[in-house]
Design a protein around this ligand. Structure first.
Ligand code: 13P
Ligand code: SF4
Length: 342
């Protein structure tokens, strides 16, 4: 009789460049069970680009950056959505699918940006800057979104800021994203002091050393990196924009200044590109595993709920963003459309 590893051999073929064969038997059982549970429960799995390759390439139905996940969550035809990502992403999916069951496999999958600001902070900012619109990064709680005028992601932040037609906006909570956008627009931006614990650790010295050690390397940096890092990079964009850049430009050597799994996931699709891999791990994204995705589907946990008083206003802020026709990516060097790969 065939074992799970043999039965899932075709899936292993997709990821063999980034997962050693010795590790596959540890994944095969859970992958088979998850594929079966998805059918039984009419469930879809939405996975962020930072999920590990066995999740991203082997069980996910929809993958992408935060913007793509929010957009695709809106049209997901399923009774159950499992969010393989962090809590704010699961909340966004729930806001856009109030009738569906949204599950997050581990409630501890948080985010340093979401933790950096509260709804009360926003109310105080409104008092301090009356009439100045508040643009909130999706990396925030539903309570914070509910106090905001419109949301943005790293893929559309500039377009959102400029869509408001005002000379000054408050953009929070990511100070570096706000500064990186401010460098590209005439709109004056008032920032908050939140930082991504993964991207704040990259430095310009890292980039200089990479260029010295790997001549000709193309450096892509996420806009949650400090502005001095983005300034030294060849391109800056959301995770989807970075993946798209590699696909279009096919650099011989590339380094992605972002979370570690991103390189693995993009490398699977571009075997001809050499990936140099210094990276920082997001401990929150790494809370999600095949084992807890399986448990989420088996035990219907953890169900994401949002207070209806908050949900209505938070949904409006997300829907305003999604309603923008021109949600172009943050893209300093080459215009590109954010890619939703499925
Ligand atoms: P994007 O995928 O939208 O670029 O966001 C990166 C991120 O840090 C999500 O937590
Ligand atoms: Fe939050 Fe940064 Fe982790 Fe994304 S990578 S979830 S922004 S801590």
């Amino acid at each position: 009789m065939l074992n799970a590893s043999t039965r899932t051999a075709a899936l292993y073929d997709r990821v063999r460049r980034v997962i050693p064969s010795i590790e596959w038997p540890a994944f095969a059982d859970d992958i088979e069970a998850i594929l079966d549970l998805k059918r039984q429960r009419n469930a879809v799995i939405l996975a962020h680009n930072y999920q590990t390759p066995e999740i991203f390439h082997c069980v996910a139905d929809i993958v992408g950056d935060s913007l793509a996940l929010a957009r695709k969550a809106m049209t997901a035809e399923a009774d159950v959505i499992v969010l393989a990502g962090v809590h704010f992403m699961a909340e966004t999916a729930k806001l856009l699918n109030p009738q569906k069951t949204v599950l997050i496999p581990d409630l501890r999958a948080g985010c340093s940006l979401a933790d950096s600001i509260t709804a009360e902070d926003i109310r105080l900012l409104r008092q301090r800057y009356p009439g100045v619109p508040i643009v909130t990064y999706v990396n925030t709680s539903a309570e914070v979104k509910a106090e905001s005028d419109i949301c943005c992601t790293s893929g559309n932040a500039k377009a959102v800021v400029e869509s408001l037609g005002v000379p000054r906006v408050i953009m929070l909570p990511d100070e570096y994203l706000a500064q990186n956008i401010a460098a590209q627009t005439d709109v004056q931006i008032i920032a908050w002091k939140g930082h991504c614990e993964v991207h704040e650790r990259f430095t310009p010295t890292d980039i200089r050393q990479l260029r010295e050690n790997h001549p000709g390397v193309t450096v892509l940096a996420h806009p949650e990196c400090p502005p001095e890092v983005v300034a030294e990079a060849d391109f800056s964009g959301s995770t989807a924009a970075m993946s798209d850049y590699v696909g279009r430009q096919k650099p011989a050597r590339v380094v992605l200044m972002t979370e570690c799994s991103m390189s693995d996931n993009v490398a699977v699709e571009h075997p001809e590109v050499e990936f140099i891999r210094p990276c920082n791990l997001c401990p929150h994204m790494k809370r999600i595993t095949l084992a807890n995705i399986r448990a989420a589907l088996e035990q219907n946990r953890h169900v994401v709920t949002i207070d209806p008083q908050i949900a209505g206003r938070a949904r409006l802020a997300v829907e305003r963003m999604l309603g923008l026709a021109d949600a172009t990516p943050l893209d300093r060097f080459a215009p590109a459309s954010p890619k939703v790969h499925q």
